[in-house]
Design a protein around this ligand. Structure first.
Ligand SMILES: *Cc1c(COP(=O)(O)O)cnc(C)c1O
Length: 487
């Protein structure tokens, strides 16, 4: 189709929107119905090269169809070649199966496109963001001096927080003068890899990331913090921050935040909590003990798209002292921002990496208002309970084992092969990826290979997980040596 000036009227027409919208809505409705029934695999795996060829030739292959047929085919194709997070057998990576109402909010955002870098370009979302982050700060026990904002993902949120740590704790003015003296942060080796990445982006280098040794549950060992601190000093480094994982990525276990926080507070250094995954536990009367010590933090991040039932991508970055949020990037763009010293909460661009961002606050606001905190409490309790029940079942069985305590909704486990246990569990996971209806992932812990599940989907029941163990037993029994399987 050649687009002419006169076509724009049609392309923007409300009628056309309604027609296409109705079509997409019915495709998505079928998708949700089918995935929840779990009659097909969570993921129908296709090799990357084959997938590339498919989409390279998509235009040619669909050229003969009408516009609405092509839109429909695009939707069907896309959904069949993606991972179905709403399928109860999706128990893989830590991404939410978003609540449909939360996903619909992103449609409004996509149309209104008021990405709020400056107040006039997003009045409502700017105010909503204040409402939502104030509420989260209060949940963590902080007073009215606290404040925060939303940003595009946990990775950027951790980087933003660590930049604040550098700005407000390093003795030198690095933002203006550049880095003169080497700095360091203390963090366990089990932290999400993006913390390491953030520190390297900030110029700390590999030596500036000082590992706190982990205990038998793969959590920062509180008795090893001082040792890590001293080793940084010996290397001539100024320690600016301690980072706690809530939880760490592989095992999903929470660091002892109280101990890390006490240490940081005593030394006068920044305490950051990476609660991208497990910050939502603050809503749970039963599980908020895992976040004990979070009131000591200077900054905390929580992903909306992990345990807050929202679509990607949005992360809350919370500061105990809101001036830390407002003055992190004090690089003035005079044409955008009034140069006021008074509290300037409504100009987002002063606080965030992004200049323009998506209207990511909409799902936060609507879920908190329609369903309240009990939505998150019920969800956390259900998923964390389910993980404990699954781990008990694994440990009762003689042929499976777990490596550590279970804190959250993440469970690592392995089949107890008599020989080549690492290689065989790895083969097992490859086999499941290609031949099973379940989607699970894997991890390395201390040199050992484990299967790993994140129980993200509130439609996943214990019997789905028991069936997974049975399916694995069948695979193993049918083939004594997995390495011989045609994968
Ligand atoms: C997922 C995760 C991140 C990274 O967040 P993104 O939103 O994927 O960028 C960081 N830390 C932890 C603990 C996580 O679970």
């Amino acid at each position: 189709m050649n687009t002419n000036y006169s076509d724009f009227e049609k392309l923007y027409s409300a009628k056309g929107f309604h027609e296409n919208g109705t079509l997409l809505l019915s495709e998505l409705t079928n998708y949700l119905k089918k995935t929840a029934e779990s009659t097909s695999p969570a993921l129908s795996f296709i090799e990357p090269e084959e997938m590339l060829r498919y989409w390279q030739s998509w235009n040619d292959n669909t050229r003969h169809l009408s516009e609405s047929e092509r839109i429909q085919k695009f939707c069907t194709d896309l959904l069949s070649y993606t991972n179905h997070l709403q399928n109860p057998k999706y128990i893989g990576h830590q991404v939410s199966a978003p609540l449909p109402i939360a996903s619909l909010m992103m449609l409004i955002g996509g149309i209104s496109n008021n990405g709020s870098a400056v107040y006039e370009m997003g009045m409502a979302p700017t105010a909503m963001e204040r409402v939502v982050t104030d509420k989260l700060c209060t949940k963590f026990g902080w007073d009215s001096n606290s404040g925060g904002f939303l940003t595009s993902g946990g990775t950027l949120a951790n980087l933003t927080s660590l930049l604040a740590a550098r700005k407000f704790k390093a003795t030198e003015d690095i933002w203006n003068e550049g880095m003169q003296k080497p700095l360091a942060i203390l963090v366990s080796s089990q932290a999400h890899y993006c913390v390491d990445r953030a520190a390297r982006i900030m110029g700390l280098g590999a030596d500036g990331i000082i590992s706190i040794e982990v205990n038998e549950n793969f959590c920062a060992d509180e008795s090893a913090i001082e040792k890590a601190y001293q080793s940084a000093l010996v290397k001539g480094r100024e320690v600016i921050a301690v980072v706690g994982s809530a939880p760490s990525t592989s095992t999903g276990n929470y660091d002892n935040l109280d101990a890390l926080g006490r240490f940081a507070n005593d030394k006068g250094i920044w305490f950051h909590i990476d609660a991208a995954h497990g910050g939502a536990a603050i809503f749970s009367g039963k599980y908020k003990y895992l976040l004990k010590g979070s009131e000591r933090a200077d900054s905390i991040i929580i992903d909306g798209h992990k345990m807050m039932l929202m679509p990607a991508l949005s992360t809350a970055v919370l500061f105990k002292n809101k001036n830390h949020a407002y003055e992190n990037f004090n690089q003035r763009a005079a044409y955008l921002l009034e140069d006021s010293v008074e509290e300037d909460w409504y100009n987002g661009a002063k606080k965030t990496f992004e200049c323009t961002k998506t209207m990511m606050v909409l799902p936060w606001f609507i879920l908190l208002n329609l369903y309240g905190e009990s939505l998150f409490e019920t969800y956390i309790d259900r998923q964390y309970d389910l993980a404990r029940a699954f781990a008990e079942e694994i440990n009762r069985a003689e042929d499976f084992e777990t490596p550590a305590r279970i804190d959250s909704n993440i469970v690592c486990f392995r089949y107890q092969f008599n020989e080549n246990i690492n290689a065989q569990n790895q083969q097992l996971r490859s086999y499941l990826l290609k031949h099973s209806d379940y989607y699970i992932v894997q991890t390395h812990l201390d040199g050992s290979h484990y299967l790993r599940v994140s129980l993200m989907n509130p439609l996943t029941e214990l019997n789905h997980l028991s069936q997974l163990l049975d399916e694995i037993r069948q695979v193993v029994n049918n083939q004594k040596h997995l390495s011989n399987l045609s994968l």
